[in-house]
Design a protein around this ligand. Sequence first.
Ligand code: A2P
Ligand code: MG
Ligand code: MG
Ligand code: MG
Length: 352
Amino acid sequence: MSQAYATEEQVAVAAVRRACHLTSSVFNKLVKNETLTKDDKSPVTVGDFAAQAVISSILHHAFPGDPIVGEEDAADLREPSGKEMKDRIIALANEALTAELGLGDNESWGIGPGQEKTDSELLDAIDRGNHEGGSVGRMWTIDPIDGTKGFLRGEQYAVCLSLIVDSKVQVGVIGCPNLPVDPAHPEKGTGCIFTAVRGQGAQQWTLSGANPTPLTIPKSTPESLNFLESVEAAHSSHSFNDRVSALLNITRPPTRMDSQAKYGCLARGDGGAYLRTPTGVGYKEKIWDHAPGQILVEEAGGIVTDSRGEPLNFGLGRTLGENYGVIAAGKDVHARMLEAVQKALAETKAKV
Ligand SMILES: Nc1ncnc2c1ncn2[C@@H]1O[C@H](COP(=O)(O)O)[C@@H](O)[C@H]1OP(=O)(O)O
Ligand SMILES: [Mg+2]
Ligand SMILES: [Mg+2]
Ligand SMILES: [Mg+2]
């Protein structure tokens, strides 16, 4: 008997790999009118839309009944003013979908030469990400470009996909085209895919889907430990992390990086711990921003909770509900970190 979720993992890797090639090739060709500002003031590019179209189209061919919770929607592209951008997105998505079959690919997933899709098929694929989420049944999450600000700076970003079943993440895939394969050996170049299947461990692959390496979070000491945190101070409080670092006697400076590449780095031992603290009231974390990272860290032997020590709840809808931040670390570090976070939170409350 084959292992649980073997096909889901294979399809997810194929989809993320095609989306990674698309986003990294589009970066060099991006022009000014190919980025929009969304209602929440965050940027979205032709790369985000086209990558969601590609992943969603592949999922629809492989698992037609599965709902999708995706970050983007095609409303702006259906407006007459969005025609130029839409045409570019359709061309990019079709180029990615019709590229030659690679390792593990199957043409029944709607990919390979000759498998062009129509405009309306691809816009519908983007909009199929409108599922409301919930606690029952299967659903996929797509973040076609996580860390769009990092992508636009030419720094880290990630193509993120997960399968959630009855609120529990079962498969997670994170593609990081700009991440060094091995930080100790820059000559090996960039581009990694991280995968995890519940109960089957975590792995790092090359972008072409070769050389899987199992990942385990190494043990840390205060001297070897450092934080992985957002570049954007508006996404996670840098000063709060500094206070937690001080409480833990951490001497190394934090590594700042956009996107769920941080979870990949934690899983392979590039940094000691991931800490994300709300910067104000109102922002709710999205499930697509943490589901693949959570399973990756857990399968690499770590723990992921919020600042109360509770597991993240992926069954509440498109968001994680009220925002209590995220703490992710190896088993030996997590309890100490939780204690320090709670102490720092109590200090903050005492001040106001
Ligand atoms: N105020 C906020 N607090 C926390 N995360 C945010 C906030 N605004 C946007 N984000 C999301 O944080 C994620 C990136 O995290 P990081 O900074 O750690 O890389 C993105 O998905 C980004 O959304 P978006 O995709 O809309 O840019
Ligand atoms: Mg994101
Ligand atoms: Mg995104
Ligand atoms: Mg975004």
